[in-house]
Write a protein that binds this ligand. Structure first.
Ligand code: ATP
Ligand code: MG
Length: 392
C-alpha cells in the first residue's frame, strides 16, 4: 500500500495486478505481489530510496522495503512476437487497459487500486466465480504470440481446478506444436507446477487431451503413462522431487533412461540423483518393509520423502516409524565406522588396491545390517576372514 500511495501522490496510477489479485479473490495464500504503474522505470526509481534493476528493459524495477521486495512494472504493451515466444520489444504506455490486454487469462488480468476496487475489463470476476480459464481476447492469436501460455493454461487447470473455456481449449489443441519453440527451462517451470497442483488429475488429462505433452521433452511416447500418473489419488504433491519420482515411477524407465530424460528436462544433477534413488526405493517399499541397508543408503530425508508417497498407492505412510528406524541404525555413514582404510592398510600386507574399498564396503554393510559390532576388534576379525577368501 505505501508503494501504491507514493506512486499515486506523485501523480501516477498504480495497481496490484497478476497472481496476487487472483489468489486473494480466491482466498488462497499469495506469494509474490506485482504492482503495475503508469510511471516509467526512471520515474519509479526516483521515488524510492532503494530499488534494484531486475528487468529494466521490460519495465520492472524492484522496490526494496524493510520487510519485503516488490516488483513494480510499468504499463506496457508487447508487440510483434516473431518466434512464438517473448515479444520482440515492449513499449511502455500510460494506459492500464493496454497493459491488462496483453495478459494471458482473464483471471490474471484483474487490477486492484489503492481503494480496493477491482478493475475488471475482461470479465475476469465472472470467470473466477465460474471457475473458467479464458484467454484475454482471441485465444488463437494469444497462443500464437506466446506458446508458453498453453503450458500456463494447463498448470492453472491443475492449480486452480478451473475448466478451460472451449475456444481457449480448441486454440491450445490447434497450436500445441508451437511449444517446440519454447525453451525447456520455461516449460519445466510450468510442468512442475502442473504436477504439484491440487487438481493434478484434471491438469494431466488436459495435457494429454490437448496433445501438448507430445511437445514436452521426452514425453512423446508416454501419453498412457501420464494418464497412469493422473490416476494416482492423493493430495497435492508437496515437493518437486516427489513429483518427479511419482511421474518416473509411472514411466517405468531404466535408471539410465531416467537420467537421460531428466537431463532433457534440464533438471539439476542433484535432483536427478535423488529421483534416481527414490524411484527404486518406492518400488521396493511398496512390497517390503524398510530394511536397515535401504534406509542407510537412502538417508533420512529421502526415505521420509519416499514413505510419504505410499499414500498415492493406497498404503498408509508411517513417518514416525521411519524416523525411529533411521535413528536406531547402528551407524549413519562410513565416517561413523570404527575402522578406516588406513587401519586396513596398516594391518594387512597387501599392495594398495581395490581390496580396500571392497573390504570397507563389506564391513559397512555388516555393521549397518547389525551382524557385526562397530568396534575395531570385530571389524578387523571380519576383515581378516573376508580378505582370506577374497585374495585367494
Ligand atoms: P503465480 O501465482 O504462479 O506467480 P502468476 O499468474 O502471478 O502465477 P507470473 O508468472 O508471476 O504468474 O506472472 C504475473 C502476471 O503476469 C500474470 O498473472 C499475468 O497477468 C502476466 N503474465 C505472466 N506470464 C505471461 C505470459 N506468458 N503472457 C501474458 N501474460 C503473462
Ligand atoms: Mg506471480
Amino acid at each position: 500500500m505505501p508503494i501504491l500511495r507514493t506512486l499515486q501522490e506523485a501523480g501516477y496510477e498504480a495497481y496490484f495486478v497478476g497472481g496476487s489479485v487472483r489468489d486473494i479473490l480466491l482466498n488462497k495464500p499469495i506469494h509474490d505481489v506485482d504492482i503495475a504503474t503508469s510511471a516509467f522505470p526512471a520515474e519509479v526509481k526516483e521515488l524510492f530510496h532503494r530499488t534494484i534493476d531486475v528487468g529494466i528493459d521490460h519495465g520492472t524495477v524492484m522496490v526494496v522495503t524493510k520487510e519485503e521486495t516488490y516488483e513494480v512494472t510499468t504499463f506496457r504493451t508487447e508487440s510483434t512476437y516473431q518466434d512464438y515466444r517473448r515479444p520482440d520489444h515492449v513499449e511502455f504506455v500510460r494506459s492500464l487497459k493496454e497493459d491488462l490486454k496483453r495478459r494471458d487469462f482473464t483471471i490474471n488480468a484483474l487490477a486492484v487500486g489503492i481503494d480496493g476496487e477491482v478493475i475488471d475489463l475482461f470479465d475476469g470476476l465472472a470467470d473466477l466465480r465460474n471457475k473458467i480459464l479464458r484467454a484475454v481476447g482471441n485465444p488463437h492469436e494469444r497462443f500464437h504470440e506466446d506458446a508458453l501460455r498453453m503450458m500456463r493454461a494447463l498448470r492453472f487447470v491443475s492449480q486452480l481446478g478451473f475448466t478451460l473455456e472451449p475456444q481457449t481449449f480448441e486454440a491450445i489443441q490447434e497450436y500445441h506444436s508451437l511449444l517446440a519453440k519454447i525453451s525447456v527451462e520455461r516449460i519445466n517451470v510450468e510442468f512442475v507446477k502442473l504436477m504439484m497442483g491440487s487438481f493434478r488429475e484434471a491438469g494431466l488429462h488436459s495435457l494429454v487431451e490437448s496433445e501438448c505433452y507430445i511437445y514436452c521433452p521426452g514425453l512423446r511416447e508416454y501419453g498412457e503413462s501420464l494418464l497412469a500418473f493422473a490416476d494416482l489419488k492423493g493430495p497435492a504433491i508437496p515437493t518437486e522431487r516427489q513429483a518427479w519420482t511419482l511421474l518416473m515411477s509411472r514411466l517405468k524407465m531404466t535408471p539410465e533412461a531416467m537420467r537421460g530424460f531428466m537431463k532433457e528436462w534440464k533438471c539439476s544433477n542433484q535432483l536427478t540423483k535423488e529421483v534416481i534413488q527414490m524411484v527404486p526405493a518406492l518400488e521396493f517399499r511398496l512390497v517390503h518393509e524398510w530394511d536397515n541397508w535401504s534406509l542407510y543408503q537412502l538417508g533420512r530425508e529421502l526415505a521420509l520423502s519416499v514413505e510419504y508417497l505410499l499414500q498415492y498407492f493406497d498404503h498408509e505412510p508411517n513417518l514416525a516409524k521411519v524416523r525411529l528406524l533411521y535413528q536406531n541404525l547402528p551407524m549413519h555413514s562410513l565416517k561413523d565406522m570404527a575402522l578406516k582404510g588406513n587401519d586396513l592398510m596398516a594391518h594387512f600386507d597387501y599392495p594398495r588396491g581395490a581390496w580396500i574399498s571392497s573390504t570397507l564396503h563389506a564391513l559397512e554393510q555388516e555393521v549397518v545390517e547389525g551382524r557385526l559390532k562397530n568396534n575395531n576388534e570385530s571389524l578387523l576379525a571380519f576383515a581378516k576372514t573376508f580378505l582370506e577368501e577374497e585374495m585367494t
